[in-house]
Design a protein around this ligand. Structure first.
Ligand SMILES: Cc1cc2nc3c(=O)[nH]c(=O)nc-3n(C[C@H](O)[C@H](O)[C@H](O)COP(=O)(O)OP(=O)(O)OC[C@H]3O[C@@H](n4cnc5c(N)ncnc54)[C@H](O)[C@@H]3O)c2cc1C
Length: 422
């Protein structure tokens, strides 16, 4: 670590983005002993928080977001971390080492962490601007969806990625009638494969979601407010409101001076450093060169939390590569999905358990190496249940293990006993 110089530098560590990556980055700077000014510039109101409850417990009014604060609300002031809330960085000048806020204010930085997250892709179809068509990323957007919920209401959910699946589940739990439109045959086939997608489709159908597969939206209709969705095959679905979840792209602020190398997000090396001196990136916006997985941009909470912290340590001079074996979870109805590793493609998929019963671990293999695994209702969070099956899968991924597929499929084989990779 760089020796702590005391409060000799005038320019602060500046963090752009008050989500889980930016919040953790700022907190870790302070917790690791950085004594100088730390400033978070956040486009949102309030203190840094995590978004997972917005499609689940918060949407269903079961909890507030305070349980998801990165640190307690009073931690920031008591640790002398400044938060400029509801302020956006309009431009970054890497030559002048300064950011310009949309208020016109300028702030020079000693080092800069970009944790600006993602932006929802918009559906560019006729009627796309009608009232009653919702996207979900912020608390305000979630509140707008909550205001639509009521008995005998009919929602159309467009896209059955994680957000669409979780929103569809929550809306059903709230008694809303749900029709979901998805381009593929099952939800999440690209990420989790057709077999797991079929299990998820079964969960949604069992809970009363009507799945319109192989479909896309051609237009929204309504007089000021959405009243129907028209699909490419010509179906017309009357509805009360719509929630669209068709993907997220990296939200990169404009940069002058030394350019930031971009390709599906901000490119970083293993230490979360971008191509511009003293500029780092973490969370959904960062496309990191990962020691195990190669280039990877991850849109999940656990990564944002840890990568924000790793970037902060790099800003303080650590030379430890960020090599987290990625994990994420999704909750849909009473079902728990836990995923470890990363597999963009795979040439073999092995199931332990039963897809028919909807309780399984699926292993994604490429050339015999376990790249990732998914657990459906198979025990807990690999971070909490360190001896559990999913944690054992994380070890297989980290060690690039090549177990025999038969051993993976066999419930009697202890996953912890599998040999390490070459
Ligand atoms: C509804 C929902 C549910 C989710 N559920 C799960 C889940 O169950 N499991 C899971 O693993 N992941 C889940 N995720 C994904 C997870 O929340 C994201 O991966 C995580 O939020 C990424 O954190 P981040 O800090 O990188 O970005 P964000 O959380 O998007 O935060 C980015 C911040 O930067 C700010 N910002 C952007 N541009 C500027 C600018 N120019 N100036 C100032 N501020 C700016 C934004 O306002 C925002 O505050 C969910 C996401 C959503 C939306």
């Amino acid at each position: 670590m760089e020796p702590m110089p005391g409060r000799v530098r005038k320019d602060p560590m500046v963090i752009v983005g008050g989500g889980v990556a930016g919040g953790n980055g700022a907190a870790v700077l302070r917790e690791e002993g950085f004594p100088g000014r730390v400033v978070i510039i956040s486009g949102e109101p309030g203190v840094p928080f995590g978004r997972p409850p917005l499609s689940k417990t918060y949407l269903r009014s079961e909890e507030g977001v305070d349980g998801w604060y990165v640190r307690p609300a009073d931690w920031w002031a008591s640790h002398d971390v400044e938060i400029l809330a509801e302020s956006r960085v309009a431009a970054i000048d890497t030559a002048a080492r300064a950011v310009a806020l949309d208020s016109g204010r300028e702030l020079r930085y000693h080092k800069l962490l970009l944790a600006t997250g993602g932006r929802n892709r918009q559906l560019d179809v006729p009627g796309g601007g009608l009232a009653g068509i919702h996207y979900l990323r912020t608390v305000a957007e979630c509140d707008a969806i909550k205001a639509e919920v009521g008995a005998n209401r009919h929602a159309v959910v467009v896209g059955m990625g994680f957000i669409g699946c979780e929103v569809a589940a929550s809306l059903r739990q709230l008694g809303v009638r749900v029709t979901a439109i998805l381009p593929g045959r099952v939800p999440l086939a690209k990420v989790l494969g057709a077999e797991v997608g079929a299990v998820l489709a079964g969960f949604h159908r069992a809970n009363g979601v009507e799945l319109l597969t192989g479909e896309q939206v051609r237009a929204f209709e309504g007089d000021g407010r959405v009243a129907a969705v028209v699909t490419v095959s010509g179906k017309r679905l009357a509805c009360d409101f719509v929630v669209v979840g068709v993907g997220v792209s990296a939200d990169v602020p404009p940069v002058t001076g030394a350019p930031l190398e971009l390709a599906n997000g901000i490119l970083t090396d293993e230490l979360c450093r971008t191509s511009a001196t003293d500029v780092y990136a973490a969370g959904d916006v960062a496309n990191q060169l990962h020691p195990l997985f190669g280039r990877i941009r991850v849109e999940h909470f656990n990564n944002a939390e840890r990568q924000g912290a790793a970037a902060a340590r790099s800003m303080l001079g650590s030379d430890a590569a960020y090599d987290y074996v990625h994990t994420f979870w999704s909750d849909q109805y009473e079902h728990k999905v836990e995923y470890v590793g990363h597999a963009a493609t795979w040439d073999d998929f092995v199931i332990r358990g039963s897809a028919d019963e909807g309780r399984l671990i699926g292993f994604y293999l490429q050339d015999g190496v376990v790249c990732a695994a998914v657990g459906i209702d198979r025990g807990g969070d690999p971070e909490a249940d360190l001896d559990g099956e999913v944690a054992a899968c994380a070890r297989l991924v980290a060690e690039r293990a090549r177990p025999a597929p038969g051993a993976l499929a066999d419930e009697r084989t202890d996953l912890w006993s599998q040999p390490r990779g070459a």
